[in-house]
Design a protein around this ligand. Sequence first.
Ligand SMILES: Nc1ncnc2c1ncn2[C@@H]1O[C@H](COP(=O)(O)OP(=O)(O)OP(=O)(O)O)[C@@H](O)[C@H]1O
Ligand SMILES: [Mg+2]
Length: 202
Amino acid sequence: MDPSLSKLQEMVKNRGSLECCSPWDHRVGQDQRLNTTTKNKVFTHSEYQKSKRVSIFLSMPDEIETEEIIKDIFRQGKTCFIPRYQVQSNHMDMVKLASPEEIASLPRTSWNIQQPGEDAVLEEALSTGGLDLIFMPGLGFDKQNNRLGRGKGYYDAYLKRCLQSQDVKPYTLALAFKEQICLQVPVDENDVKVDEVLYEDC
Ligand SMILES: Nc1ncnc2c1ncn2[C@@H]1O[C@H](COP(=O)(O)OP(=O)(O)OP(=O)(O)O)[C@@H](O)[C@H]1O
Ligand SMILES: [Mg+2]
């Protein structure tokens, strides 16, 4: 069995909250910067270059650091949206980020994720023109473009809403460390594949 898969399966079995350990704990405290190869793949990607409305996650310590991409989104004059999820459900919206500097002042949720407060009135992507590109987080991915997230189904549900509310499906681009690429990640009927996984050295 692929050792990565057994680790993932164990993690899936044990995961109850976003605070649970991920199999990539050895990465925490290490260099999370966006690898130059991956960064170049993002910046030269045709879907990135042509996108106008982009959503991107604010990275956690075990995820690829997205700060440089966020800054570039603004540099390129694109509109940037970030996730705002509801703890009590699998509902998530993508809401407009005014500037990269705004991130520093965003409150943290009980899962220690920065996002705008629920009372903040912000432009929501799907009701104001949709999205062209969604950067996808995840704990594990496989070569069939399956994605294992943090077990709440936020992105699967969100992608389904995208398909209902806009004619052209947003392109989904996952960002991963090479350790997160597995032979096979477990999926169910609600899991939505990503269009592409970008990782270092591929
Ligand atoms: N659109 C949906 N409608 C109903 N249930 C859903 C939907 N999408 C996902 N689910 C269910 O939610 C649960 C969590 O989904 P899953 O394990 O795929 O989360 P995930 O993709 O790892 O998490 P996340 O997207 O939050 O990072 C599963 O039981 C899944 O079947
Ligand atoms: Mg899923």
